[in-house]
Design a binder for this molecule. Structure first.
Ligand SMILES: C[S@@+](CC[C@H](N)C(=O)[O-])C[C@H]1O[C@@H](n2cnc3c(N)ncnc32)[C@H](O)[C@@H]1O
Length: 434
């Protein structure tokens, strides 16, 4: 009789294929974990640092696996993800034959539609795509915003402060960046292969987004855009994420021209789920990019930039922050706010000259802890008010809106995420008030 964690026939057949093709599984096997799909289960005690999976480069799927005759159709500068997703959509059966058992283990498109906000209905913050009933995203701004601001860039209770400078942020306004990347890939592919099917292409693009590993060919320099350094690794793509702290110098993943090696970053007992860390990502990033978030995570945080720039809206003050390398990326963790946030808060109440001397030379003239706490406390309270208003509006929509009712699990997931956000801000508020 099969146990409840048993992965099922397709996964067993694929595992057999992987082992026959040189993949080494050292104490781990694919298994089902409720709420996480497939993952890796320890078949014995595992010690931190042990190599648990090794994948030979002969079976990994990289841009180099895409035949030159296919790649050469695309203009220079076309992204790796776009070309690989196009190959998976169009590549001839013979070329892809050897991977068929692997492809059967991947989640269906329906799973992405359930879990990834960018494919959700517009009422829940999703976007218009070529297969949507809505032709464009016009009118989105008039709907209530249920997604966290780090994902949607939108707020219900405030207008974000202006940004007079550009800066790179990996964890804010996530959906706009995802949309930009996916649309760019789509446009470059249909310009070359106009008969490409959107649903297949976007499926493989999302498979690459959620299952790929960092990879650079042995003889090549790392590309400027990290997204161009990707490969799909059969079998290794079963690992689920946990917020494990990777000890510096003890890499959990390593590759060379022969193989990709994944090491355990913790001790495990037989029957435990063995995780890998996808990176120190806040929950909003995990939700937007991977379609899940963690109940507890020391990497979780939210950003105050939109709130802070309301109080520091003048171009002069923004110039001051920028010149001193303190422009943007203002984080709140449950244990308080980051130093950048404190520096920005000081600029609200200090004379500019005192602030500059403080930032550049450590002068304490003009500093006032009470005023600092009041400014930061006000910012955190603004976020808490937003969380409370959004939770209320999700609850109301669950009573009154048929679309939200039909997508109850998604609405509940957002409601729980907003409760986490409120808790982060409240805990941080207590910390700074001590
Ligand atoms: C690399 S795959 C891992 C294998 C995947 N669970 C499966 O069933 O094929 C990444 C995807 O697994 C899921 N996932 C990873 N870690 C998770 C976690 N801690 N909790 C819930 N889902 C998780 C998410 O759907 C994510 O997009």
């Amino acid at each position: 009789m099969s146990q409840d964690w048993s992965p099922g026939g397709d996964h067993e057949a694929f595992t057999q294929w992987a082992l026959e093709n040189g993949v080494v599984a050292n104490g781990v096997t694919p298994a089902r974990f409720p709420g996480r799909g497939l993952g890796m289960r320890a078949t014995r005690k595992i010690k931190r640092g042990e190599a648990v999976v090794q994948v030979p480069t002969s079976v990994i799927l990289t841009l180099a696996s895409v035949p030159e005759t296919f790649r050469s159709k695309f203009p220079e500068g076309t992204g790796t993800q776009a070309m690989m997703a196009a190959f998976l959509t169009h590549g001839d059966e013979e070329q892809l034959e050897k991977y068929q058992l692997w492809f059967k283990t991947w989640p269906p498109r329906q799973d992405f539609e359930e879990t990834l906000p960018l494919l959700w209905p517009r009422e829940l913050g999703g976007l218009a795509w070529p297969d949507s009933s809505a032709a464009s995203n016009a009118g989105l701004a008039s709907l209530p915003n249920f997604l966290p601001p780090c994902i949607s860039g939108r707020w219900n209770t405030i207008s974000p402060g202006p940004r007079t400078k550009k800066y790179e942020s990996v964890h804010q306004n996530l959906m706009a960046e995802q949309e930009r990347r996916l649309r760019k890939s789509w446009e470059s592919v249909i310009s070359v292969l106009p008969d490409t099917d959107w649903r297949s292409f976007s499926y493989y693009w999302l498979i690459l987004n959620t299952r790929s590993f960092y990879w650079v060919e042995a003889d090549q320099e790392p590309p400027e855009d990290r997204n161009d350094a990707m490969a799909l690794l059969p079998f290794a793509d079963y690992f689920n994420h946990s917020d494990i702290e990777v000890i510096p110098g003890q890499c959990d993943v390593k590759f060379d021209s022969n193989e990709y090696t994944l090491r355990a970053t913790e001790d495990y007992n037989e029957g435990d789920e063995v995780y890998m860390s996808y990176g120190s990502h806040p929950n909003d990033f995990l939700l937007a990019e991977y379609g899940f978030y963690l109940d507890k995570s020391s990497s979780d945080c939210v950003y105050l930039d939109d709130i802070i720039f309301r109080d520091l809206s003048s171009p002069d003050k923004q110039e001051e922050l920028s010149l001193n390398q303190y422009y943007g990326e203002y984080r709140v963790h449950a244990d308080g706010v980051c130093y950048r946030t404190e520096v920005a808060a000081s600029l609200v109440y200090m004379e500019e000259e005192d602030w500059r001397n403080h930032v550049l030379e450590g002068s304490t003239k003009g500093m006032d802890v009470k005023k600092l706490t009041a400014v930061i406390g006000g910012w955190l309270q603004t976020y808490i008010t937003e969380a409370e208003a959004t939770i209320k509006s999700i609850e109301e929509a669950e009573e009154t809106n048929a679309v939200i009712q039909a997508h109850h699990a998604k609405a509940q997931s957002l409601r729980r995420r907003w409760a986490q956000i409120k808790n982060i801000c409240e805990t941080a508020l207590k910390e700074i008030s001590l």
